[in-house]
Write a protein that binds this ligand. Structure first.
Ligand code: T5A
Length: 214
């Protein structure tokens, strides 16, 4: 059975503006009268948030397969307890990072078939209806993230070359699935990025952005 809800994921490198943009889109959708669930990965449930702490605050990141399995375990809890129920209830789910982050970050060290096997376990086959890839040079994103003055997590501390390769893997995924993954130039003021996102959502979904309260 096809769920009546709609599932949008936000992807991109560190500091690309995902949290900022997901909040702005949620405000627009709620003002238009939609029921919206805003969530994130790793996280979204108490168990998955605990796994997030293990992954991001570890001194040394665990091996890539251990990472992928922990992301999959967190995601399974998140999908089954939060995302699927919301989709069944006809809600719009906005998620800050999802499976494409696993492909872009853990894809460096793992063979594709092994990585896809962990992704399938974590999602039970759930694929986003739409993915907005916020793209900008990693220097700019890391600079933004560091300006907040919060100590970087285990992934943020990786070298610039790693983040440049993460960006390339995200862009390669967008080339492979151009109908699902839409690239947004995130190297612009937040309001300009938000306007592009509203236009893309309007053009690529049946969601009415100008509904009731808009
Ligand atoms: N990970 C995750 C994996 O390795 N595999 C996986 O499967 C998954 C799911 C998650 C880490 O886990 C890894 C990837 C990550 O390294 P996280 O805390 O979610 O960690 O990290 P980020 O997603 O990178 O979170 P950030 O908060 O750093 O980045 P955002 O959400 O992209 O950016 P945002 O909106 O918080 O903005 C950052 C700063 O920039 C400013 C904001 O005000 C803020 O100060 N800003 C702008 N400044 C100028 N112009 C704009 N347009 C701006 N937009 C925002």
């Amino acid at each position: 059975m096809i769920d009546p809800g709609f599932f949008i994921t936000f992807e991109g490198g560190e500091g690309a503006g995902k949290s900022t943009q997901i909040r702005l889109l949620a405000e627009t959708l709620r003002a238009a009268g939609h029921e919206v669930v805003l969530t994130r990965e790793p996280g979204g449930t108490p168990l998955a948030e605990a796994i997030r702490g293990l992954l991001l605050n570890a001194g040394e990141p665990p091996e890539a397969m251990t990472q992928a399995l922990l992301f999959a375990a967190a995601r399974h809890d998140h999908v089954s307890r939060v995302i699927r129920p919301a989709m069944r209830a006809g809600q719009i789910v906005l998620c800050d990072r999802f499976t494409d982050s696993t492909r872009a970050y853990q894809g460096e060290a793992l063979a594709e078939d092994a990585l896809e096997a962990t992704i399938l376990l974590g999602t039970s086959g759930l694929v986003p209806d739409l993915t907005l890839l916020l793209d900008l040079p990693p220097e700019a994103g890391l600079g933004r993230a560091r300006q907040r003055g919060v100590a970087g997590d285990a992934f943020e501390r990786a070298d610039l070359g790693f983040h440049a390769r993460v960006r390339e893997r995200f862009l390669a995924l967008a080339r492979r699935e151009p109908d699902r993954i839409l690239v947004v130039d995130a190297d612009r003021p937040a309001e300009a990025v938000a306007a592009s996102i509203r236009a893309l959502v309007a053009a690529h979904s049946a969601i009415d952005l100008a509904g009731a309260g808009a």
